[in-house]
Design a protein around this ligand. Structure first.
Ligand code: HAM
Length: 420
């Protein structure tokens, strides 16, 4: 061990487990790529103001969880705690929304940073795959995103997840509800901090996890009963479209999210095998975000799924992903000349697209075959001195144990045909 450890709240992805993470990212990305979403990548840090204005000045993310720093040049930056605001910033900066093809549909994959209290499933560095559809107000777009997230989880084999759905209304109806909720909250027996929150961001109080608070909230007014006709009709259509697609969801009139930019459709994917950190993904519509960061009106919708928690969900359900072995052929040279010849063959195999590895470090036959086994390779190539003299190499099928001699010059063609 070195003097150093991974920082608190972080962990390293190491092989072979890291293959699971790649497979999860791929499983989430595949349906998006298949549905018109283009890949986007933005920097790991942004101007701190982007998040303050975008995610919301009074949110936990902005007030407590951001990694903020000042550069030597005097810029105030923050490691990204989320990627929706950065993606919208990038789209506006590049004028993608003016290219005449709305919505702009993009997906991303990458690290997020939040200074949270670490526990199982909650880290300070974690990874998301996300999708954003920018510049269109259409219930089918909200439905598309929910259906695609559901599809990726199904493709992974997950079953014990639920989709919670709500509408947070718009600029017309939410303020009316906000006032009603505030009036209600002021009459409760709440601690000072919660009362302060009720004044700044009353909807967040609904999300308070403490049982004594939840008990007092039983009779709280629900946004559902305050939605304007346009929001109601919009929400109804989203529900109909995902129902028609066979996606099962639960209406959760108390669902509020930890970010302030949401309007209308909001949803969360929760997994029942994860304990307290049960949200595996979340998202919704953010019709006002563009204007909040100085852009034009661009109604948009998106989600992000947590890769770390999705992997934990797979483990909770005992799902072993079918990850094919990375190596197909493992070459074992015995002696100097064999080493040169087999190394050249391995290089040739790789050029031809055959995944091949090599026994380095002058290992003897026994240790080298052990390594071949561990690599998961289907075939081993063993080249000894007698073989050299005969111009052949021993090709061993690691599954059946069968072994046969083939000509050194036939290696590539033979393995290509056997591996199909
Ligand atoms: P979020 O709900 O903050 O939404 O994060 C989405 C997912 O990221 C969570 O459901 C969870 O799986 C994962 N996650 C969040 N914090 C942590 C953590 N500390 N450790 C491990 N996993 C975590 C957003 O970030 C929005 N930008 C989603 C969105 C996209 N809305 C619209 N477009």
């Amino acid at each position: 061990m070195s003097t150093f450890k991974a920082p608190k709240g972080t962990y390293d992805l190491l092989p072979p487990d890291s293959a699971k993470f790649l497979a999860v990212r791929e499983a989430i990305a595949a349906p998006l790529r298949n549905s018109g979403y283009g890949y986007i990548e933005t920097p790991g840090f942004e101007n701190v103001e982007l998040f303050a204005r975008g995610v919301g000045e009074s949110t936990d993310i902005v007030t407590k969880e951001m990694y903020v720093f000042e550069t030597k040049g005097g810029d105030r930056l923050a490691l990204r705690p989320e990627t929706t605001a950065p993606v919208l910033r990038a789209v506006l900066e590049a004028n993608l929304h003016k290219a005449g093809n709305l919505p702009v549909k993009v997906w991303y994959s990458g690290s997020q940073y939040r200074y949270e209290r670490p526990q199982k499933g909650r880290y300070r560095h974690f990874s998301q795959v996300g999708a954003e559809a920018i510049g269109a107000e259409d219930p089918a777009l909200d439905a598309e995103l929910i259906i695609l997230a559901d599809q990726s989880y199904r493709a992974l084999g997950l079953q014990n997840f639920r989709i919670l759905l709500n509408s947070l209304g718009d600029q017309e109806c939410r303020p009316v509800y906000r006032t009603a909720l505030q009036d209600f909250l002021r009459g409760l027996d709440l601690d000072e901090e919660t009362l302060r929150r009720a004044e700044i961001n009353p909807l967040r109080v609904l999300d308070d996890k403490r049982p004594d608070v939840q008990k007092q909230l039983t009779g709280a007014p629900l946004l559902r009963d305050y939605l304007c006709d346009a929001c109601k009709a919009y929400h109804e259509e989203v529900r109909e479209l995902i129902t028609a697609a066979g996606v099962v969801f639960e209406d959760d009139p108390k669902l509020v999210r930890g970010l302030d930019y949401y309007t209308r459709t909001t949803f969360e994917f929760v997994h029942d095998g994860l304990g307290s950190q049960s949200a595996v993904g979340g998202g919704g519509r953010y019709d006002g975000l563009s204007e909040m960061i100085g852009g034009p009106s661009l109604p948009s919708v998106g989600w992000a799924l947590g890769v770390d928690r999705t992997v934990l969900a797979l483990e909770a359900e005992g799902i072993e992903l079918d990850i094919p072995s990375a190596t197909s052929v493992y070459a074992v040279p015995l002696g100097e000349e064999a080493r040169r010849i087999l190394f050249a063959k391995v290089t040739e195999l790789r050029k031809n697209g055959v995944a091949a590895d090599f026994s380095y470090g002058g290992k003897g036959l026994k240790a080298a075959m052990k390594a071949a086994n561990r690599s998961g390779a289907r075939y081993a190539l063993v080249l000894g001195e007698r073989d050299l003299a005969d111009g052949v190499v021993q090709l061993k099928d690691m599954e059946s144990g069968e072994q046969s001699a083939i000509g050194v010059n036939e290696i590539v063609a033979e393995l290509e045909s056997r591996l199909g």
